[in-house]
Write a protein that binds this ligand. Sequence first.
Ligand code: PTJ
Length: 254
Amino acid sequence: MIPKSHPRYESLMKREKIIEGFKKGIVAYAGLIAHGRGETFDYLIGERSEDFALEAEEAAVAKMLLAKNAVISVNGNVTALAAKEVIELADSVGAKIEVNLFYRSEDRIRKIVEEFKTLGKDILGANPDAIIPNLEHSRALCTKEGIYSADVVLVPLEDGDRTKALRDMGKFVITIDLNPLSRTAQTAHITIVDELTRAVKNMIKMAQNMNIDEARNILKWYDNHAILAKSLEHINRRLENLSRQLQSSSGLKT
Ligand code: PTJ
């Protein structure tokens, strides 16, 4: 049991959720590694939603509100960390949810579908009837009603290949990825460089307060390359400041 007073309570609780998800058979082995990679980038960012994240989150909500068929693609890590919040976001922007796995197994698909069902939500993906072109077979499986016919797809914690394949199908792709250098981050139309749970919670609030005119206006000004550049500048500046602080106190007795 992690005490609430622990200075790293939030981060440790997320880690517990991933471990719990792994024990339940929802999270893949590689999901444990992916989470650690995310933690590292979150440490560098400072574990809060910075302006470049909030701006991208606003644009993502705007795009989903304006979409004809928006779909949120969920995998093992997303389910373990934020299934409840993802449902709330989907309901706020009128999106469907579809399970789509990198390390696909029928057992994990079933468990993820059941996890959402327990929370009161039927999701797509258990019975795929379409294929994303130019992707290795099992990862390409999707549904006509969901990802295949979607105009906007949110793919949090995703791999670059599928992001590119979805783009090549003409879809508008949004991702949430703490690593601004990942292929997904570089390939998506909107890249939210923020921790999944924080991002989704922010987006739920934004969706509740945004009308269609505001959504259109937000998208007019959005520039994803500028957002990625800001995230890298932020990390760079933060590390320089931390390094300067250490240099100015060097020589002091510990
Ligand atoms: O459940 P599956 O089979 O679909 O597999 C899911 C994983 C995540 C294992 C799979 O998609 C994978 O291997 O992903 P990658 O290539 O490791 O990419 C995951 C990205 O998400 C990395 O860039 C991480 O930095 C980032 N990331 C990890 N945890 C978080 C995160 N970004 C935001 N919030 C997080 N909590």
